[in-house]
Write a protein that binds this ligand. Structure first.
Ligand code: ATP
Length: 480
């Protein structure tokens, strides 16, 4: 079944212009510009729709977006972004385009707390050069965890550090599409418009690629397959820590972990927090937006321990501007990330390549769907017993997440992870193996036994296992 309007180089058709944003945006000439004079320690909060151009230019003074400094007199297109331009000393902004919501806010005490935290981390980096801070950020959804992780990383980069940022939320990829759990050592400043951006992992880009370490968790929530999630955390911790051993500067700069809101639940999430703390040897926990979580973790890691053993747990206020993003917005964001993975951004476009393969030459492993509450077990003791990091034990239903399948039209529009492991690997090996890159299934012809993939790279991936899951959802109009 072909996707509607599919037209790609290599598919015998024509390529469409690089679609970076969700749809047509009105030309800037039709849009009204206005000026906003922000006093010191104020921020311009905005919620810009995907289909509307919304640009901001700093005319005077200094301003930053989640720690990344904006250059003066440069227009930044922030359509589809919800965030805040913050200024420490005051600034004059030029704002062009319509936003769903925008206002100047002066209740920004959170920023001072974040800066103090950054100062604390810098002190720790200077005092313990051989072992930098390992920070775990936890809290409910929409409390600013990702914003804090990005801001701390951006400030660290501005201070000449190379922090390693770990994203453990499969709903939002970091340098990779959704369903990715990523660790990346950040050596250069992030992009204002695209944050950490998106990287084709093994594909060509104009700017030097940040090389993320990626694991594939094709479920929306950590609680969908707790044992699998936990297994991947162990793998990530091992690989990340080993990598840092080879890079003293990165080791000194430390690790900043952005955990998903699903870990906030005592029943289904705390065990994963404890697992993370031990696997990554966390030495600082930051809680955002939840008194209960703070108290629970403080009791467990600090209050009940001796001074030598205590693991500090800090409580930070949720930024007033951090807002819930509805399901429709999140879906558009996922589609944008997937699109950017293959086509790049307006600044840095990519040319994806098509590959036609016979179904006989493919080893596709499907992540078993979760079929209801009975499978959504907690990270409890039973699951601990199931998990064998060596992968050598007899598998159980809780951690055997993959099964080999014959390619079918049901895959059309889906993302497929290319695993580093060989095609004939055991299912547990497929589950645990890191990701080399992603493919998009453009077309499956069951009768002719052919599959057309879109890939960021012209070369084939060789004899490797491919993993397919139902998360993120299929994107039907990636190629129009
Ligand atoms: N100070 C602020 N002003 C305006 N918007 C903000 C501010 N801080 C965060 N936001 C926005 O609020 C939304 C939620 O913030 P963020 O993603 O950092 O929270 P989170 O806790 O990581 O959420 P989730 O767990 O759902 O991923 C984001 O769109 C973010 O850009």
């Amino acid at each position: 079944m072909a996707l509607p309007g599919l037209s790609l180089p290599g598919l015998g058709l024509y390529s469409t212009p690089t679609p970076v944003y969700g749809g047509p945006v009105p030309p800037p000439s039709e849009q009204v510009s206005r000026r906003e004079d922000l006093p010191a320690q104020a921020e311009w909060r905005f919620e810009a729709a995907f289909h509307q151009q919304y640009t901001i230019r700093v005319l005077q003074g200094h301003a930053e977006l989640f720690g990344v400094e904006l250059a003066n007199n440069q227009s930044y297109n922030l359509s589809g972004c919800k965030g805040a331009i913050f200024t420490w000393q005051g600034c004059l902004l030029e704002v062009t385009g319509e936003a769903e919501s925008e206002y100047a806010a002066q209740e920004t005490e959170y920023a001072v707390e974040w800066l103090n935290l950054h100062g604390m981390l810098e002190t720790a980096r200077n005092e313990r050069a051989s072992d930098g801070p390992r920070v775990l950020i936890v809290g409910p959804d929409h409390t600013g965890k990702s914003s804090l992780a990005q801001t701390l990383a951006a400030w660290a980069v501005r201070a000449g550090r190379t922090p390693t940022v770990v994203n453990l939320d499969p709903r939002e990829g970091l340098l990779a599409p959704p369903s990715s759990l990523t660790a990346v050592t950040v050596g250069s400043q992030m992009d204002v418009e695209n944050g950490f951006g998106i990287s084709p992992i093994s594909g060509p880009t104009i700017t030097p690629v940040k090389t993320p370490l990626i694991y594939h968790y094709p479920y929306a929530s950590s609680t969908d397959r707790p044992a699998v999630y936990k297994a991947l955390l162990t793998r990530m911790a091992l690989s990340t820590i080993n990598k840092l051993e080879e890079d003293p500067l990165a080791k000194q700069s430390g690790i900043i972990i952005d955990a998903p809101g699903s870990l906030n639940d005592p029943k289904s999430g705390y065990d994963a927090i404890h697992h993370l703390v031990s696997e990554f040897s966390i030495n600082l926990i930051i809680t955002l937006g939840s008194e209960r979580l703070y108290n629970d973790l403080n009791r467990r890691y600090a209050a009940s321990k001796s001074a030598d053993e205590a693991l500090p747990v800090l409580k930070l206020a949720k930024p007033g501007g951090a807002i819930e993003r509805d399901a429709g917005y999140m879906k558009q964001l996922r589609t944008r990330h997937i699109r950017q993975y293959f086509f790049g951004t307006s600044k840095e476009s990519l040319n994806p390549h098509s590959h036609m393969l016979s179904t006989d030459d493919l080893a596709i492993y499907r992540a078993k769907p979760t079929s209801g509450e009975s499978e959504k077990t907690s990270f409890g003791a039973d699951e601990d017993d199931d998990y064998d990091p060596s992968g050598s034990s007899t598998t159980t239903s809780a951690n055997t997440a993959f099964e080999k399948v014959t390619p079918s039209v049901a895959m059309t529009g889906s993302l497929i992870a290319i695993k580093f492991c060989p095609a004939d690997s055991e299912e547990d090996t497929v589950r645990d193996s890191a990701v080399m890159g992603y493919l998009y299934v453009a077309d499956v012809d069951e009768a002719r036994k052919k599959v057309r993939f879109l890939a960021p790279h012209p070369q084939r991936w060789g004899d490797r296992a491919l993993a397919w899951g139902q998360w993120p959802e299929a994107v039907a109009d990636l190629v129009t």
